[in-house]
Design a protein around this ligand. Structure first.
Ligand SMILES: *[C@@H]1O[C@H](CO)[C@@H](O)[C@H](O)[C@H]1NC(C)=O
Ligand SMILES: *[C@@H]1O[C@H](CO)[C@@H](O)[C@H](O)[C@H]1NC(C)=O
Length: 431
């Protein structure tokens, strides 16, 4: 970044002096600007430092059309620049919120591109500033087809843009969507039914993209619990069987054909897949997120990010244990005024454990009467512990007959008598 600063001061003629940041195999996190109403510059600084320290290259800024959101985004770009961080940003226009029927509705997007296309912290891909969406499959912008609508808005009379669409429809659409330079497959992050994660979406998208850019998704979890009086979303996606680790393993093994990875998410509390601190304004999700910090997942993910970027799983220098799971039985009934989330039968009662070991060791997992003991090799291992009765989860690592780590995360208590339906994950990482 020093290079950029110096050259921009003296030699504006060189291409890389026009700002923009490029990354090898970018890994970015979806960031809901709509949750940042109270954000100060210090908040952006904290998030950028933390994300960068875990190997995340940038944020995909999910934004609506409120003017205050544009102010927060301006702060984000400015703080990233002032930190001289090389941290990358790009817009993920939320087309569920931004109007897109009339041609003039596209002005907000075009104004954005004009304002940020050459910002020093704008992510570039294949030489051009990247712009993405959440949805937008129904946007005509006053044109006869959706493809022409997007072409009119992002491809005419503007600096060149690398446009990655994220439409919620059959990926076959991309075969004829020549306005898109590639696509982001949002739903590739979770199994869309009661089965383990696969790479079916990756395969399907690439078939129709035919060499254009493919951005794949990874997410640790999904639970949302809004009644009809609010957002009317009350369901889970299946997140059992170490979803975060399994999905990353698919991304690492398929990395030659995956250009960018987008983590869902940094701060979407409402859908329980946040991994950053619970620091921004919550969208009425307090009842299922308070007390459920997910930052342990960031540390586990740092390991996989390095593997994705380099093609080789890094050597583990220090033993780490990552434990997560629901605190209440999936089949329990409660006095909740809102009914059980849809698909609750897709999940089983286990603590999911990933061990990163510097050398072979024996692990003991325990919760009340439920016990698991296994001998593990160096590197990464996955285990699960059935959760049956009220109990506290404990993990013990033994090497050469001596206990090297005893981890009893405060708060990881399974209870068979919940007061409400909460399918969020309790997440704990050993120090
Ligand atoms: C960025 O682009 C604007 C026009 O969109 C131009 O005025 C400005 O000089 C450019 N800045 C750099 C550093 O290239
Ligand atoms: C945002 O879009 C909505 C329509 O979805 C519109 O009513 C509103 O005026 C827009 N706000 C701004 C600031 O453009």
């Amino acid at each position: 970044m020093l290079r950029t600063a110096i050259c921009c001061a003296v030699l504006l003629a060189l291409p890389w002096c026009h700002g923009l940041v490029t990354k090898e195999k970018p890994v970015v996190a979806h960031f809901i600007v709509g949750n940042t109403y109270p954000y100060t510059r210090a908040d952006w600084q904290r998030d950028i430092s933390l994300a960068a320290s875990k190997g995340i290259d940038g944020f995909a800024l999910n934004m609506g059309n409120d003017s205050w959101q544009l102010d927060r985004v301006a702060d984000a770009y400015d703080v990233a620049r002032s930190m001289d961080s090389g941290f990358a940003l790009f817009p993920s226009f939320d087309m569920g919120i931004i109007p897109c029927r009339e041609e003039r509705d596209g002005d907000m997007l075009r104004d954005f591109v004009n304002a940020y296309h050459n910002h020093s912290n704008q992510l570039a891909f294949k030489g051009n500033p990247l712009a993405s969406t959440f949805g937008g499959q129904g946007c005509y912008f006053g044109q006869p087809t959706v493809n022409e609508g997007w072409r009119r808005v992002l491809k005419r009379g503007l600096p060149a843009v690398h446009f990655l669409a994220s439409f919620f429809m059959d990926p076959g659409i991309y075969g004829s969507m020549d306005s898109a330079d590639g696509a982001f497959s949002w739903d590739s992050a979770w199994p869309m039914g009661n089965y383990d994660i696969t790479d079916e979406y990756d395969v399907e998208f690439r078939k129709y993209l035919k060499g254009r850019t493919y951005m794949a998704a990874v997410s640790p979890w999904f639970f949302t619990h809004y009644g009809v009086d609010t957002l009317n979303k009350n369901f889970i996606y299946r997140s059992d069987d170490w979803l975060l680790a399994r999905r990353w393993e698919l991304l690492v093994s398929g990395r030659d054909q995956i250009d960018i990875v987008q983590i869902i998410t940094w701060n979407d509390y409402g859908e329980s897949h946040y991994m950053g601190p619970i620091a921004s304004a919550q969208p009425g999700s307090e009842s299922w997120t308070n007390g459920f910090d997910h930052q342990g997942w960031l540390d586990l993910q740092a390991y996989y990010i390095r593997a994705y970027k380099t093609g080789t799983y890094p050597r583990v220098e220090r033993d780490r244990l990552f434990l997560w799971g629901r605190l209440y039985p999936a089949r329990a009934h409660t006095q909740d005024s809102l009914k059980k989330p849809m698909n609750s039968e897709f999940t089983e009662d286990f603590a999911w454990v990933v061990a990163l070991l510097a050398a072979p060791a024996q692990i003991g997992l325990r919760c009340g009467e439920s016990r698991v003991v296994e001998n593990l090799p160096a590197g990464v291992s996955k285990l699960r512990l059935p959760l049956v009765h009220d109990c506290n989860v404990v993990a013990i690592l033994v090497r050469d007959g001596a206990t090297v780590l005893r981890f009893e995360p405060p708060g990881f208590r399974f209870s068979t008598t919940p007061h409400a339906y909460n399918y969020n994950a309790f997440v704990a990482a050993s120090p």
